[in-house]
Design a protein around this ligand. Structure first.
Ligand code: ZN
Length: 630
């Protein structure tokens, strides 16, 4: 099958990409039908997420759709073009706040123009109801507010709490009885409301809040259940249906435990109220769904790593007392996404590790999945973006990136997820909590360093995981280039680094650059007003990564907060203002938006005489068409 363009279009700060699902072609008919029904279930909860994000979102979407479909006036003027961009942004963000910054969108057309549009399609009342939310920038300005000086519940524009203060919400959940052995995730599946002075939950379930949507999800799950890959998976879908019927959170835990144990089926899925980033109190789960198919070839790679996990642990450049004696329970699967839904669409993660419940993770482990058709689409889209050509110094480096960049990135992720996070141990009595706000950055750095140290190890060639040491060198080029230059394109002038992954990448790259100065391990080169960082000695850089890994493992194992603070504050936070300016200018000329999301494939049943004989997959090319027909 021909699949030419991975980039469908771009607008504002967004790029719309497409992904392919080659693994679908190798499924049996039964498995294909399962993908079809799970995909329908993955689309069925869309309105839940929209309403969770803000109470005006669904009404806003309806009028935007209506105007886009029905408006017969002038579509060639600037104001209408601005209107279309606004609509595309709202569709992308599943509401009128930016999916990443959480800031409310500011329309570039006037309120008077919007009033005309609503009148032209016969819906003037929509204007009256939406004028304030769309055009008053101070009203519901941010979807999630984390500023500790404020009442974060009242200040956040999400729709998880209605008429409730932060104190009231905290008091309500503190008073909830919890099972010590199996503490459920309280508040995960409900809106907290105040009625006649009383605080109570509207539970998301059949017959309850979002009941219509949930009924629809359950309808498709019932069908999917008949085509489950195995009996265990049929049971898992059954528990999920029961949970959607009753809203009973203990059933969601039962589901999660059964789900993380199921590793045989070719098709797997996520469907439910999962991540809590949209709630400043971190309780409410936004609705999301993914349907995924095992990539057998790529899984051979991760299982070869998993089989040799103990070798990697024993040979890691860290003190013996911080090492594990045995390594078990590693399950990392490489999958291809077949459908994205809810909070995973159009913007999507490149991998997931679930469930989130801490007691389940400790007792039963977790399931870690990476989506390699998504990373492949990113890679294909990046080939012609010009970013590597702009920031890589030599032709050799650029050529290596074209040849090995995709493989190197995937193997880095495998090593990071599958071995890095699972390596090492805490000294007894030490918990990660003592590292407080520095924990995430430190932990990500640890996993990255584990990956970087081993990606240049001859062992990988020996295991047949990489074809050549060039793969490791390519990853070193990319990592240094990204940590010191490219990732700065994601922040605004004057900003410092806040996000944990960004901090960790700069920490590692900056530390290695500084430590290697006298030996010229990494050289800073200026040419024609452009700055480059060029690796001169790969083996020496590897030794430096090993040295930093040893120190960061020590900090984690001992819970040395002060050392973590100093290391991260010194290398991972501040940005060289002049260099940042230069990078932003160079990047701007390339015209590549910093955020991306995806158009979904669509599946169609082929029926003959009432029997399903095949499932076809098609890859739509137009973003807006897909958005309007969901
Ligand atoms: Zn990680």
């Amino acid at each position: 099958m021909k699949f030419g363009n991975y980039v469908a279009e771009q607008f504002d700060d967004i790029r719309i990409l497409r992904y392919q699902v080659p693994a679908f072609e190798h499924l049996t008919l039964k498995e294909k039908i399962l993908v079809y029904y799970l995909s329908r279930a993955a689309s069925a909860g869309r309105d839940i997420l929209w309403d969770q994000n803000n109470e005006y979102n669904i009404e806003l979407r309806r009028i935007l759709e209506r105007i886009l479909l029905d408006y017969t006036g002038n579509r060639e003027c600037d104001e209408f073009r601005h209107f279309v961009v606004y609509a595309k942004k709202v569709f992308f963000a599943n509401g009128l706040h930016h999916h990443y910054s959480m800031d409310k969108f500011v329309p570039r057309f006037s309120a008077a123009y919007f009033r005309n549009l609503t009148e032209a399609v016969g819906q003037p009342e929509a204007f009256a109801r939406l004028e304030r939310i769309m055009f008053d920038p101070g009203f519901m300005a941010k979807r999630v507010v984390l500023d500790g000086d404020k009442d974060v519940v009242e200040a956040s524009a999400n729709n998880y709490y209605q008429g409730v203060t932060q104190k009231e919400a905290e008091r309500f959940y503190a008073a909830k009885q919890r099972d010590v052995e199996r503490p459920v995730s309280v508040g995960l599946n409900s809106t907290l409301v105040k009625r006649e002075g009383k605080v109570e939950e509207d539970v998301w379930k059949m017959g309850g809040k979002y009941g219509d949507c949930i009924e629809n999800i359950v309808f498709w799950l019932e069908k999917a259940k008949e085509y489950a890959c195995n009996e265990r998976q049929a049971d898992i879908i059954g528990i999920l249906i029961e949970y959607y019927r009753t809203g009973n959170l203990a059933l969601f835990d039962d589901f999660s435990i059964a789900w993380l144990k199921e590793k045989e089926g070719k098709v797997d899925f996520i469907n439910g109220f999962i991540e809590v980033y949209g709630d400043p109190l971190g309780l409410k789960g936004s609705w999301e769904a993914v349907v995924q198919i095992v990539d057998d070839e790529a899984c051979k790679r991760t299982s070869r790593l998993a089989e040799n996990a103990l070798w990697f642990e024993e040979n890691a450049p860290v003190e013996a007392r911080f090492k594990r004696m045995e390594v078990s329970g590693i399950t990392a699967r490489v999958m291809q996404v077949a459908q994205l839904g809810g909070d995973c669409y159009p913007a999507t993660p490149i991998g997931i590790n679930l469930p989130n419940s801490e007691w389940i993770r400790e007792r039963y482990g977790s399931k870690s999945v990476t989506f390699d058709n998504i990373t492949y689409a990113y890679h294909m889209a990046s080939l012609n973006s010009g970013v590597t050509d702009e920031f890589a110094y030599s032709d050799e480096e650029k050529e290596r990136s074209r040849e090995y960049g995709y493989l190197a990135g995937n193997i880095h992720t495998d090593l990071h997820e599958c071995l890095g996070h699972g390596s090492g141990k805490m000294l007894s009595g030490v918990t990660t909590e003592v590292l407080k706000n520095y924990y995430s950055t430190l932990e990500e750095a640890r996993a990255d360093l584990f990956a970087l140290y081993y990606i240049l190890d001859p062992k990988l060639e020996e295991l047949g995981i990489i074809p050549s040491i060039q793969v490791g060198m390519c990853e070193y080029d990319t990592y240094i280039r990204n940590g010191l230059l490219v990732q700065l394109t994601r922040i605004k002038p004057g900003d410092k680094l806040e996000e944990a992954h960004m901090r960790n990448r700069q920490l590692i790259a900056q530390w290695a650059y500084n430590q290697g100065l006298s030996d010229r391990v990494i050289e800073k080169v200026s040419e024609n007003g452009k700055t480059y960082f060029v690796i001169r000695d790969y083996q020496a850089l590897r030794a430096l990564f090993g040295k930093l890994l040893a120190e960061i493992q020590r900090i984690k194992s001992e819970g040395d907060y002060e050392a973590a603070r100093q290391l991260i504050e010194r290398y991972g936070v501040d940005v060289d203002g002049e260099l940042h300016c230069e990078v932003l200018k160079r990047y701007e000329r390339l015209n590549v938006p910093p955020y991306a999301g995806f158009i979904n494939p669509e599946y169609r049943l082929v029926e003959k005489e009432g029997r399903i004989t095949d499932v076809e997959v098609v890859y739509p090319e137009d973003y807006l068409t897909q958005m309007l027909h969901l």
